[in-house]
Write a protein that binds this ligand. Structure first.
Ligand code: UDP
Ligand code: 7WV
Length: 461
């Protein structure tokens, strides 16, 4: 296709690591199908972090209204989300308008489902568009049912009667905004707003695999045009023929170059290391950090632990690093896909963010889920009960996961009775993920369907 006749898709992420990663991977897939793609993150992010992306992905910006320091500059969640919507809508309109007068106008807008207002902007210019959901279909459908009154809050009893959600058996399985009523009201409104206009979208993309959440995808497909297109992870680790797709390419954190992570893993026996990481946002309390440190120490396994913030690092027991010696390596940020795919890693101790969950499931790594908030409790439920690829920690009466619980959960995944079954199941799901992205597989078929929609609607005129 000559460049001028290729549909030009504008992709707009929510400005956080867990949202940028999957939307970028979508960009790569669309480029590989011959489309022209522009990725528009915020001015703050583009000015502050340097991406390592293929030149075929064009970069542009919108504004969240906080061009100097992003979220840190806001006075809190309400302020941030309000300005993200007003400044975001205006600057998205500006961006589309600027392109309209170029040789390369935008034909379609794919926006993060957190930015549901982007559909109004696209439609104002007569453009089609659709959201990309970066969380599990189970969470999306829970929010759909709440938004549309099919689930009333507080949920009076479990299991709920909604088809596809019957496996949820307590408040502990629900997203935190539902399970802990009144927590983060502005974020709760945000996740519900995702579902406000899905029936008006031209398509609804989800970072999941049909086979991962079959029943719930079937239910949601009855109310909007869902296309599961996951896993949106760098594909090299699933299939070595994707040589160009080894990393996401847009990290919002600078790794300590001093830590020789992969060389360290290379010195460890197969499946002897616990990889511990809580994604890009979690902040563990001082007492939780201490319990985790002592639990890890008690297991006697090797561990690779991402302690992201200096505040968290300051809460480690004195002399912890010396005491564990070469058994443990602590880093502030690492190449997670490369780590998870390393043969030395035998268990992923995770907060269960959806990307981390999908990454581990796609690589066949069993997990311990230690959810913090938002969609993570539900992801931990899926890990433990739907896919049976891991266990979920129990929280004590003070809201802390104690050192013994940390130790026991790790032992169960690394060497317990259920360990070999978890590993067996994890391999099975890896294969499901691989099949899905292979020609004829569910996600491959859905991406082809999306691409042909983009071509057929003849957006090129
Ligand atoms: N990640 C990474 N290095 C780290 C920790 C996390 O590259 O040291 C990546 C991880 O692979 C995932 C993303 O950051 O793609 C985190 O997304 P997730 O949904 O798991 O959690 P969130 O950060 O949104 O809580
Ligand atoms: C960033 C900010 C708020 C939320 C999330 C990410 C998420 O859960 O993905 Br609620």
């Amino acid at each position: 296709m000559a460049a001028a006749h290729r549909p030009h898709v504008l992709v707009v992420p929510y400005p956080s690591q867990g949202h940028i990663n999957p939307l970028l991977q979508l960009c790569k897939r669309l480029v590989s199908h011959g489309l022209t793609v522009t990725f528009a993150t915020t001015l703050f992010i583009l000015n502050t972090f340097t991406p390592k992306l293929p030149p075929s992905i064009h970069l542009d910006t919108i504004s969240d209204g906080f061009d100097t320091a992003g979220y840190e500059e806001s006075s809190g969640v309400d302020d941030y989300l309000a300005r993200l919507q007003t400044a975001g809508s205006n600057t998205l309109a500006d961006l589309i308008q600027r392109h309209q007068h170029s040789s390369n106008p935008v034909h379609c807008v794919i926006y993060d489902s957190f930015l549901s207002w982007a559909l109004d902007v696209a439609n104002k210019f007569g453009l089609p568009g659709g959201p990309f959901f970066t969380q599990a279909s189970t969470c999306n459908y829970i929010y759909y049912c709440i938004h549309h009154g099919l689930l009333k809050l507080p949920i009076p009893s479990f299991p709920v009667s909604v088809q596809g959600l019957q496996f949820l058996s307590s408040h502990r399985d629900m997203p935190s905004f539902v399970g802990v009523p009144g927590s983060y009201p502005a974020y709760f409104r945000l996740v519900l707003s995702q579902l406000s206009n899905v029936h008006q979208a031209n398509f609804v993309l989800v970072n999941s695999v049909y086979e991962f959440e079959q029943q719930v995808v079937d239910s949601m497909s009855k109310v909007c045009p869902v296309l599961t297109i996951g896993p949106t992870v760098p594909l090299f680790y699933l299939d070595k023929s994707f040589e160009e797709d080894k990393e996401y390419g847009y990290d919002l954190f600078e790794p300590d170059s001093s830590a020789p992570i992969i060389q360290w893993l290379d010195t460890k026996p197969a499946q002897s290391v616990v990889y511990v990481a809580f994604g890009s946002m979690a902040n563990l309390s001082a007492s939780q950090m201490e319990e985790l440190a002592l639990g890890l120490k008690a297991t006697t396994f090797n561990f690779l632990w991402v302690v992201r913030t200096s505040k968290e690092r300051a809460t480690l027991p004195p002399k912890f690093a010396e005491e564990i010696g070469d058994r443990g390596l602590i880093l502030n940020w690492g190449p997670q896909m490369e780590i998870l795919s390393h043969g030395a890693v035998g268990c992923f101790f995770t907060h269960g963010g959806w990307n981390s969950t999908v990454e581990a499931l796609s690589l066949g790594v069993p997990m311990v889920g230690m959810p913090q908030w938002t969609d993570q409790p539900t992801d931990a439920k899926l890990i433990e009960d739907m896919w049976k690829v891991g266990v979920r920690v129990k929280v004590d009466e003070n809201g802390i996961v104690g050192r013994n619980e940390v130790e026991n959960c790790i032992r169960e995944v690394m060497e317990g009775e259920t360990s070999s079954q978890l590993r067996h199941n994890a391999k099975k799901w890896r294969n499901v993920a691989l099949q899905a992205i292979t020609e004829g597989g569910s996600s491959h078929t859905n991406i082809c369907q999306l691409v042909s929609k983009l071509l057929d609607n003849n957006f090129t005129k």
